[in-house]
Design a protein around this ligand. Structure first.
Ligand code: HPA
Length: 292
């Protein structure tokens, strides 16, 4: 059924992984969380945890990046059943794009309705500062323009349609709710919104590339999230995304600044608690709105 070289997983393979997980925990998550670089602390907030190492889950890839734990954590966040990926997969690790996004389909088959994704990103918007939290309102899929889209290959209608809409990828209600929650928590000064652009990495962008991405309308640049968003929307889950601005993209030839992974992790540590608080409060409010 699959053209040669296609590295997708069949519906049955996804189902087998979902069933394997559900056989080992009675918890039925309605919210799926994906933690970005240095932001894995979110998982620690979950109560009554059931934890799986990625290496023990059938079909699951393993996380190879420093700052990503590689555990799937089930638990409740203020009473709401959640599943949390502590560590995600990236194109630059060398995985086929379908493998990176496999967890979204497993989320769906376990009953997840809303996915909340976080990431570390470089700020292209000149008004953004290091430590700002950006609510994702849209994305630019750079690898997608070169044919690298996670939905490439045969389409299984049990997941979704062949040509899914992406103009409504980021749930507007959740964006507004996050803005309201952030304002209440006193985060108004550093809570922003904008467009996230994904690139393949792992090398950071050149000055010319940053200038180009900024001109194209991107406010932040990173190496993740968008592939997962596409697959999550394809199978009908609601999506919300947050970028932590861990560094300012270098846009100027006179600048002495250099992007580096240590800076990304350090900023993550400093803002992580506030970002976690924003997400956990948001999860509770989704409940108040009777989405569950
Ligand atoms: N570029 C790409 N990815 C990133 C960056 C960046 O500047 N910062 C954190 N992730």
């Amino acid at each position: 059924m699959y053209p040669e070289g296609n590295t997708g997983y069949s519906y049955e393979e996804c189902r087998a992984t979902a069933d394997w997980l559900m056989a080992q925990t009675a918890l039925r998550p309605l919210v799926g969380l994906v933690c970005g670089s240095g932001l894995g602390g979110l998982a620690e907030l979950l109560k009554d945890q059931v934890v799986f190492n990625y290496r023990d889950i059938p079909n699951f890839p393993q996380s190879t990046v420093h700052g990503h734990a590689g555990r799937l954590v089930f638990g409740t966040l203020k009473g709401r059943p959640c599943v949390c990926m502590q560590g995600r997969f990236h194109l630059y690790e060398g995985y086929p794009i379908q493998k990176i996004t496999l967890p979204m389909r497993i989320f769906k088959l376990m009953g997840v309705e809303t996915v909340i994704l976080t990431n570390a990103a470089g700020g292209l918007n000149q008004d953004f500062k290091v430590g700002d939290i950006m609510i994702m309102k849209d994305h630019i899929n750079m690898p997608g323009f070169a044919g690298n889209n996670p939905l490439t290959g045969p389409n299984d209608e049990r997941f979704g349609v062949r040509f899914p809409c992406m103009s409504d990828a980021y749930d507007r209600e959740l964006q507004q709710l996050a803005m309201d929650v952030g304002t209440e928590l006193g985060y108004g000064d550093f809570l922003k919104e904008g467009v996230y652009c994904v690139v393949g990495g792992p090398s950071f962008e050149t000055i010319a590339e940053c200038r180009m991405l900024h001109k194209l309308g991107a406010d932040a640049v990173g190496m993740s999230t968008v592939h997962e968003v596409i697959v999550a929307r394809h199978c009908g889950m609601r999506v919300f995304g947050l970028s932590l601005i861990t560094n300012r993209a270098v846009m100027d030839y006179d600048s002495e600044e250099k992007a580096n992974h240590e800076e990304v992790l350090e900023t993550g540590k400093q803002r992580a608690l506030q970002l976690e608080r924003l997400v956990s409060t948001l999860v509770t409010r989704i409940g108040h709105n009777n989405f569950f």
